[in-house]
Write a protein that binds this ligand. Structure first.
Ligand code: GRF
Length: 190
């Protein structure tokens, strides 16, 4: 079976993108990254993608007159690269209903909490403040509602008595780097 073609959307560091890239180097991995899109021209992950010879493009919102035009440019590059699945990986921009509906069932995200708990930002600090005992990460389909689409897979970590947001984030990130590649693999086999 031909490998599924992934587009990965980033805004910064791109460590989840790198984890997918590493996983895809295994001969039997059913997908490969065919495109990287960033909304920040200085995103570190763009260089990682270019170093791996992956087509990578920055589309900064300020270069477009409207959100619709910004997304139209992104849709064009997705179409040109024959993409099967779009994986948001630290993409810090809300997508419109038009965009999420166009790619319904082909657009996923990784979020650093056990959804439906702690949608949005600062999830690690909020999990500690809420005195949760469990935290983690979720891969979900993306719908118009932020962090509200159907849950596909989750990984848990325990919150320790003296945890700090940074220490907790680092342990969750380790799980993200396993959960995202493995979930993509399952989705691309079905
Ligand atoms: C990750 O924690 C991801 O779950 C969240 O943003 C962070 C992105 O990190 N949405 P990276 O760019 O993949 O390193």
């Amino acid at each position: 079976m031909p490998r599924k073609r992934l587009a990965v959307f980033i805004s910064g560091r791109g460590s989840n993108m790198e984890a997918i890239l590493k996983a895809s180097q295994a001969e039997d991995y059913p997908a490969s990254i065919a495109l990287v899109v960033s909304d920040q021209a200085d995103a570190l992950g763009l260089q990682t993608a270019l170093d791996a010879n992956i087509p990578a493009f920055a589309f900064e919102r300020k270069e477009f007159a409207s959100k619709a035009q910004h997304e139209a440019a992104i849709v064009e590059v997705i179409s040109a690269h024959d993409i099967d699945l779009i994986c948001l990986a630290g993409y810090m921009r809300l997508l419109s209903a038009e965009f999420t509906e166009r790619y319904n069932g082909k657009l996923i995200n990784i979020h650093p909490s056990l959804l439906p708990k702690h949608k949005g930002l600062d999830t690690h600090a909020r999990a500690i403040a809420a005195r949760d005992t469990k935290h983690g990460c979720t891969v979900h389909y993306v719908s118009e509602e932020m962090d509200g689409g159907e849950i596909i897979a989750q990984a848990e970590v325990s919150i320790l008595p003296d945890d700090t947001p940074d220490a907790l984030a680092a342990r969750v990130l380790v799980e993200e780097h396993k959960l995202y590649p493995s979930t993509i693999s399952k989705l691309c086999q079905s």
